[in-house]
Design a protein around this ligand. Structure first.
Ligand SMILES: [Zn+2]
Length: 65
């Protein structure tokens, strides 16, 4: 089931130099935000940053054919 995370680290660069918010963490190194709900649930290499998820939504919403 869910892994318990005691100390958050960036899934992208593994830096522990992160800022923790209620729902997400923000990495000082890569300047990306990651939702806490994905951490420890999805493999690190498959976790998308909030910025990347937004990019995907944008691509879908303005799909010009
Ligand atoms: Zn990082």
């Amino acid at each position: 089931m869910f892994k318990r995370i005691e100390k958050y680290k960036c899934p992208r660069c593994e830096s522990e130099d992160i800022l923790e918010f209620d729902n997400f963490i923000s990495c000082y190194k890569c300047h990306l935000d990651f939702d806490k709900k994905f951490l420890g649930v999805i493999n690190d290499e498959n976790i998308l940053a909030r910025e990347e998820l937004k990019g995907i939504f944008d691509t879908f919403s303005k799909r010009d054919t």
